[in-house]
Design a protein around this ligand. Structure first.
Ligand code: FMN
Length: 190
């Protein structure tokens, strides 16, 4: 069986981002037969503008669309900004939702997120599920990985030290692997 290739998307552009740290942890915690490749150009994608698109997709947007198209599935690692996802993440989603052949449509996905507060990005994750539902993306329902009070869960080197959270991420990734295979099989049998 081929390896499942997952594109990892961190919605925060901050160098010291807890969500970036969580994505890095996920890259280490993948089950056998799966790999996560983080997309590193989110901050280079210009704001969506239909006029710009008329002249062709901007380089970073095209790169993102290609990375989504090539991936078997996606792992969104979202911060919570004002009860929702970050503008950077929404912008990238907008670019990859447009024709020709919108690459996000139908891709299996999972969501996790980290916040400094007590809610662990639950409101952002609900918004993200709503957005991805509009793109007909099958989003793994459970487990929900809500990393709250994130500052206490990573060490000075940005390593995820909280064992409970590490186990939640492991379980999420195992389920994402099964989920991706299930969706792929269903698509092949159509
Ligand atoms: C513009 C902005 C809005 C925020 N709004 C929320 C919020 O609604 N809920 C919340 O729990 N945290 C909120 N926060 C705090 C973030 O959870 C915190 O900054 C977190 O560390 C951001 O993720 P990052 O570490 O990956 O950059 C907000 C932060 C910013 C910069």
């Amino acid at each position: 069986m081929d390896r499942i290739e997952i594109l990892g998307l961190c919605g925060s552009l901050r160098t010291g981002s807890f969500n970036l740290m969580a994505l890095r942890a996920a890259c280490e915690l993948v089950p056998n037969g799966m790999a996560i490749r983080p997309f590193e150009r989110l901050g280079e994608i210009p704001l969506y503008n239909e006029d710009v698109k008329e002249r062709g997709f901007p380089d970073a947007a095209e790169d993102f669309r290609g990375a989504v198209a090539a991936a078997d599935g996606l792992l969104f690692v979202t911060p919570e900004y004002n009860y929702s996802i970050s503008g950077a993440l929404k912008n990238a989603i907008d670019w990859a939702s447009r024709p020709p052949q919108p690459p996000l449509v139908g891709k299996p996905a999972a969501i996790m997120g980290a916040s400094s507060g007590l809610m662990g990005t639950v409101r952002a994750q609900l918004h993200l599920r709503h957005i991805l539902g509009g793109l007909n993306m099958p989003v793994l329902p459970r487990p929900e990985v809500l990393i709250r009070e994130a500052a206490g869960k990573f060490d000075g080197e940005g390593r995820l030290t909280d064992e409970t959270t590490r186990q939640h991420i492991r379980t999420l990734l195992e389920r994402l692997k099964d989920w991706t295979l299930l969706i792929q099989r269903a698509a092949q049998s159509r």
